[in-house]
Design a protein around this ligand. Sequence first.
Ligand SMILES: CC(=O)SCCNC(=O)CCNC(=O)[C@H](O)C(C)(C)COP(=O)(O)OP(=O)(O)OC[C@H]1O[C@@H](n2cnc3c(N)ncnc32)[C@H](O)[C@@H]1OP(=O)(O)O
Ligand SMILES: CC(C)C(=O)C(=O)O
Ligand SMILES: [Mg+2]
Length: 509
Amino acid sequence: MKDKVYIFDTTLRDGEQSPGASMGINEKLKVALQLEKLGVDIIEAGFAVSSPVQFDAIQLIAQEVKNAVIASLARAVEKDIDAAAQALKYAQRKRIHTFIATSPIHREFKLKKTKEEILKQAVYAIQYAKQYTDDVEFSAEDATRTELDYLVEVVTAAIDAGAKTINIPDTVGYTVPSEFTKIIRTLKEKVPNINQAVLSVHCHNDLGLAVANSLAAIEAGARQVEVSVNGIGERAGNAAMEEIVMALELRKDIFGVETGIVTQEIYKTSRLIVSVTGIQVQPNKAIVGKNAFSHEAGIHQDGVLKERRTYEIMKPEQIGRTHSEIVLGRHSGKHGLQARLKELGYTIQGDDFEKVFQKFTEVADKKKAVYDDELIAIVSECLSIDMPEMLFLEHVQIMSGSNALPTATVELKKNNRIIREAAIGNGPVDAIYKAINRIAGISPELEDYGISSISIGQDAMGEAMVSLKYEGKVYSGHGSSTDVLVASAKAYLNAMNKILYLERKKEEK
Ligand SMILES: CC(=O)SCCNC(=O)CCNC(=O)[C@H](O)C(C)(C)COP(=O)(O)OP(=O)(O)OC[C@H]1O[C@@H](n2cnc3c(N)ncnc32)[C@H](O)[C@@H]1OP(=O)(O)O
Ligand SMILES: CC(C)C(=O)C(=O)O
Ligand SMILES: [Mg+2]
């Protein structure tokens, strides 16, 4: 059995410290249950003394989650530790995580205490917490800006006092990987009782180094990492769970360690955090970003079509995504275009293909991306081929407002015939989608929906993205427009047309 690295998830505590990320009690429970499914070892559910909502959320999570240790943060003061213990009362496995800052700048200006006073307070807090649970974690806040010999002294005393996990936070994200390696190695060499505790790291991302620092610490012997989903957290955030887990998973040759994470649950967890916090993931974010498995460049598309591994180091399915994507745009080449045309049911070769490619490059040069409906229009224009039996958006009209039931009227074109339907929904987008479902005659499940701006200014283009689940398969769609509701309708139709196309193919067989 390889060495295990414990995954301590702090999405619900440090992650929630991101401006605007506060979650309600039920949302926190939903996240905790998903983290349990994901297989994290420890869930830091909050900071109990901080507010009644925090306290109640920790209590509820402690009652409901069975397969992870539940932790609460507590300053090194009795009232915080008492509150943490009470909130954790019903947990099957509980951890009190107490901390105090050790660096000169925090000692002098924030805590206004001497080295001796801080060491004494840390030891007292750990001993005090031990009356409630044997599982006490101690963090030396701002450890990485602390004098190393003093840090050795504090860590030795904390373990003597009974701390079972010693956490070394890079609180302000100032450290670089080589320094982290040195800190962990020094602690392993100089702390005489270091083997009686698990050594942990908690890295912030102020210099974009949180993941690199955490991995350096693991290589140097740390066996717990504190992470958050999508890397959310105070200021520039914490080390991203998905990046660390997949680095450890894919580079076992380097790290030689295992985690208990069910990697197929990663994407679902990431999307849940986006939906409960409203904090979007940047498109180029590793592992969970919209573009992490998209290929636009012609040379890459050609490579991936010939052998996926030329430009993909993991399978999207490994992290619970359904597929990688060939995005047709200005940088695409003939192989990528041909493959997409084939998917759409066209076999176009020779001069005809050259004509279509020529027109495609003209269109692509003016746009961010060329979507399926536009491609079909190009083929139809260049080759006078009838449009296949697809649904095209002609018109969408919405009635919505604070006192109105959101109602959508949608007109779609199918085989040169206009079909009109209206529907009421929970919101304008829901109403549009219900009206489209009526015309299409099927009701796929909306798995994911997102809208983002793809240009700036008042006439900015909005791009909508949807994932629809139908008979166990997931279909994605994109649509863009200066009107976000029109973009939403186009994205839905883009995915719906893929479903309808495959359904027709099945019937033809
Ligand atoms: C690096 C981190 O992420 S640490 C965690 C940060 N998270 C949070 O702060 C979110 C939750 N915080 C809160 O709800 C509040 O700040 C509370 C309830 C903890 C404290 O609130 P208040 O009593 O109003 O104090 P306030 O937040 O203004 O100041 C913090 C006090 O705690 C002291 N303190 C800070 N850290 C510690 C510590 N680890 N142990 C003991 N005392 C500490 C500060 O010196 C200051 O004390 P002072 O009032 O004697 O000057
Ligand atoms: C409380 C500690 C672990 C923390 O969040 C930090 O130092 O960043
Ligand atoms: Mg932190």
